[in-house]
Ligand binder design. Structure first.
Ligand code: PHE
Ligand code: NA
Length: 501
């Protein structure tokens, strides 16, 4: 008899795991900087619009595909139409790319958790991060391994392997059951501490003072949509995978709303905490927030934040809490990405849970270490991230909505499915959002972004470099998806399937 499909223990387990996936590095090291750079308080408008017009509707779409067709993305899409399997692999390979660099950031955060206790970055956090710790070199492809990064990275992959090998209920769900409450408590403590620091209000003013002019800038809207996609973990095949482990009769839409609002609340809270702390830094240095450099991305967390920590009474504890939060938030997200990859490999090749967990983690670990723990790791990471998120995921979302709504005409079927199992009923507006508003917006965004990357390049990096790490990432995902689709299926791919209800 075929093995039973793995399941969450119940609705709470699913909600915890889905929030754990959503709340990640994106909330803590992405959102505050993105919001600040894109109009501050005014950014909340495109952000909310993106959440309501694309984020939540596409989250529901992911759920409906996974829950109705009961498979990870490749299998679920294959059950809709044999050729649609390609989209499933496109999403899974994109997840794979994200996982290999996301792990590196978790490893850095792990190191910095330890460094916090001795304020090891000294008076020059920037020199320490880029020089002493990462040993950043020229934009080349370096083979010089940095052991201070490679070691925590190996550890990160080992823990991921264990969690995956324990399975959905005993591994992934348990990890979230432990991690998420810890994260919420530690994070609330951090935010309370941050807003009571002198100068905190200046930081909050800087973050929330709206620059209305930003609303007419298409880049701001692109940033809002990209943030929502990454942050909600949608269009990566991950939410398809997670919802496929729910029982057949399971409320889907209401948990989806809980997850979406929990994620956004966490994001705004992170903005408040981070900018309060930056206000404090400006106050200590007697400058304005605008004079502080490094308010985005890795530099914000690993250079600017350490500077804050050094200035604070009890900074070590604050630092340990902050980097501890990064580790836990990142970890509960990366296991969701890997569960998508590992689950797909299980289904495609008929492998067992452990076999697949070992294979996938080992391959990811090797690539992750080879690319991101060398002296060229930071630049590669930044470039891959830019392409995977602004080109890869957006393309995935466009293909997904167009395919399901217009080519295969499954919009109504999927809506009926969600309504048949859920308490929160969705109306025809949903079809309009996923079929028209979403794709139009996303296509516009994609074109803008492609043109800007082609004409202006990225961060002044040489063209060969952008071709290798930027466009190369996209080429890898596309070619990989074709190859995986062409590979013959194990047992599951042959079995007939009838959706229910
Ligand atoms: N949503 C996570 C975050 O905000 C990242 C993530 C992306 C997780 C894609 C899974 C899939 O950090
Ligand atoms: Na998020």
């Amino acid at each position: 008899a075929p093995a039973e499909r793995e399941q969450w223990t119940g609705q709470t387990g699913f909600i915890l795991a889905a929030i754990g996936s959503a709340v990640g590095l994106g909330n803590i090291w992405r959102f505050p900087g993105v919001a600040y750079e894109n109009g501050g308080g005014a950014f909340l408008i495109p952000y909310l619009i993106a959440l309501l017009t694309a984020g939540i509707p596409i989250l529901f779409l992911d759920y409906s595909v996974g829950h109705r067709f009961r498979g990870t993305a490749p299998l679920a899409y294959r059950r809709i139409h044999p050729r649609a399997e390609l989209l499933g692999w496109f999403q899974i390979l994109l997840s794979f790319v994200i996982a290999v660099y996301y792990a590196a950031v978790i490893a850095w955060a792990g190191s910095y958790f330890v460094f916090s206790f001795g304020l090891q970055w000294g008076d020059d956090p920037q020199g320490f991060f880029l020089g002493e710790y990462l040993q950043v070199g020229e934009p080349t492809i370096s083979t010089t391994l940095v052991s201070a990064v490679a070691l925590p990275l190996v550890l990160t992959w080992a823990v991921i392997l264990i969690v995956l090998a324990l399975g959905v209920a005993k591994g992934v769900e348990k990890a979230n059951f432990i991690g998420l409450p810890l994260l919420v408590l530690a994070f609330l403590a951090l935010v309370v501490r941050a807003i009571t620091l002198p100068g905190a209000t200046d930081g909050l003013d800087a973050l929330f003072t709206p620059n209305w002019g930003a609303l007419t800038d298409p880049e701001v809207w692109i940033a809002a949509y990209a943030q929502i996609f990454f942050s909600l973990s949608i269009a990566f095949g991950i939410m398809v995978t997670y919802s496929s482990y729910r029982k057949r009769k399971s409320n889907m839409t209401s948990p989806g709303l809980v997850v979406a609002f929990a994620n956004s609340s966490f994001e705004v809270l992170a903005g408040i905490g981070v900018f309060s702390a930056l206000g404090f830094l400006a106050h200590q240095q007697g400058v304005g927030i605008a004079d502080i450099e490094g308010l985005t991305g890795p530099i914000l967390s690993f250079v600017t934040f350490p500077a804050v920590i050094s200035q604070m009474p009890g900074g070590s504890l604050f630092g340990a809490l902050f980097f501890g939060c990064l580790v836990v938030a990142g970890f509960t997200s990366i296991i969701s990405i890997l569960q998508g990859v590992s689950g797909s490999v299980q289904e495609k090749f008929g492998l067992g849970i452990r076999q697949s967990a070992v294979t996938v983690s080992a391959i990811c670990a090797v690539i992750s270490i080879a690319l991101f723990s060398t002296t060229s790791g930071l630049l590669a990471l930044d470039t891959v991230d830019q392409w995977a998120n602004n080109i890869g995921v957006v393309t995935s979302a466009i293909l997904m909505t167009l395919l399901l709504v217009w080519v295969l005409r499954r919009g109504e079927e999927l809506r009926f499915h969600l309504n048949a199992v859920s308490t929160f009923q969705i109306g025809r507006w949903w079809n309009f959002l996923i079929g028209v508003v979403g794709p139009v917006f996303l296509a516009y965004m994609l074109i803008q972004k492609v043109v800007s990357l082609l004409t202006d390049g990225y961060e002044g990096l040489p063209t060969w470099y952008l071709i290798t790490f930027g466009w190369g990432t996209i080429a890898f995902v596309v070619v990989g998806a074709f190859l995986m689709t062409a590979t013959p299926w194990g047992r599951l791919g042959q079995e007939p399937f009838r959706p229910w209800p």
